[in-house]
Design a protein. Structure first.
Length: 242
């Protein structure tokens, strides 16, 4: 009885080790690695056609043990491209295949068209954004000049005229002098607080002189019709312009 009980698990293990094995295959003719060949599987499936890196790739024909047949293109071991699949019951599917599935060509064309439309619209929006950004930067650069033109306009010099242009140039000159004066103060004073205080006073004095000079220039131009001429010099209390 004990011997019988020992034999049961042994028989079970033997049965498991001799069970069904995965179906293998062999190349019966040609080059089944990179070329034309014929490969047959243990279950009866057969492939005749092109191989690449040991798998179906290119034009070929597969017949299965249950009666179906595919004639057409393969890529990386799957149906991919033009081909015809005939089922065991006689049903035929013909057309373009992708990853072993027959695809609707017209539907795929429509999808591709919609993708192209979206891509074109996205590119259009990108170019528009670039143009707007460029225009914005150009306006930012022009903003100081436009502000000076408006200021000169308030003095009686119409925008677009030579007198307005001369007025803008004088404003730019005075603005440069303000910046230079501030830099000089900063260079001559190691104390940041003192330098900043002096710079504020200097800027205020220069702006006052600038405003008065522009008023004088406007009056002179309106009365004489001559081009403006402003001469500025630095004094103990600031800049003097005439």
């Amino acid at each position: 009885m004990k011997k019988f009980l020992i034999l049961i698990p042994l028989l079970f293990l033997i049965g498991c080790s001799t069970g069904p094995k995965t179906s293998g295959s062999k190349c019966t003719s040609g080059d089944c690695v990179n070329g034309q060949g014929i490969k047959v599987w243990d279950n009866g499936d057969k492939y005749v056609g092109e191989f690449k890196n040991g798998v179906k790739d290119g034009q070929g024909t597969t017949t299965t043990h249950y009666g179906s047949k595919y004639v057409g293109e393969y890529k990386s071991n799957v149906r991919d491209g033009q081909g015809t699949f005939t089922y065991a019951n006689g049903k035929i599917e013909q057309g373009t295949w992708s990853y072993n599935y027959l695809i609707d060509v017209e539907k795929e064309k429509e999808k591709k068209k919609q993708r192209e439309i979206k891509r074109a619209e996205k590119e259009k929006q990108r170019l528009k954004a670039l143009a707007e950004n460029k225009k914005k930067k150009e306006l930012e650069k022009l903003a100081p000049i436009l502000a000076k033109q408006e200021k000169c306009k308030t003095l009686g010099f119409k925008i677009g005229t030579e007198k307005n242009g001369d007025c803008v140039l004088k404003l730019m000159e005075l603005e440069t002098k303000v910046a230079q004066s501030t830099q000089t103060i900063n260079n001559n004073n190691s104390d940041n607080a003192t330098a900043e205080a002096l710079a504020k006073i200097e800027r205020r004095l220069l702006i006052q002189q600038q405003s008065q000079a522009l008023i004088n220039m406007g009056s002179a131009l309106l009365n004489s019709g001559k081009k403006p001429s402003i001469n500025c010099r630095k004094t103990f209390t600031g800049w003097t312009c005439n």
